[in-house]
Unconditional design. Sequence first.
Length: 263
Amino acid sequence: IAKSEFLRRISHDIRTPINGIQGYISMANRFPNDLEKQAMYRKKATQALESLLELVNNVLDMSKLESREIQLEEKPFDLIKLLGEIESVIQPQAAERAIRYTESCELGEHDAAAHLIGSPMHLRQILLNLTSNAVKYGKPGGYIRLTCVMLSRQAGRVVFQFVCEDNGIGMREEFQSHMFEPFTQEAANARTSYQGTGLGLSIVKKMVDTMGGNITFTSKKDVGTTFRVTLPFQIDSEWSNGAAGAQTENAVSFDGINILLVE
């Protein structure tokens, strides 16, 4: 039953953007000398292609997560820089829909806590899924706030909570118990109205679980939704040592050293 339901949904979701791409190319061929129409059809075909790519990527991610084949990274990264990357992607999308997007990170006096070791690729995907959903289901003139707060720090480890808050369309209470199930969407017309696949939150939930964190939410229909993701990371102690070392090196004299400069 599960396989049949999956094939029914996925066949529709794949066929829709493919038909769109096919149609836009066909229409563009009718006006080979009209540059304005050519540009418009290329743009629409690209949008349909992006929807198809998003769906395929989501299905592959779900497959890896459910088979436990996903490989978490253990690499150093700058949390502030990662949040900046999120903003550069989401800000234009929000502005296009007249939604105000803001983000902040509260570290207190612990600047070194922004330099972490973990899986930045998966953290980025979690935050992008949540914020892009907020844009997708937001209201013109509304807001989206992404904040991160350091909850605790001890023995070289730190716990952050990431909060994505919006005043969009929200969710009915009866839907909320199913929201993390694959291909689940509240609105019957969600695939056409919002270009959604119903996989984003399922992927977020599984990634958060895999990273040893947890996710909670509050939502009210026509009021908005707030997601709270709590994740542990290791502090990059080598960055602190490297920063201190860099300051020492700057004070070293280079007198008597021969330097070859090559253009």
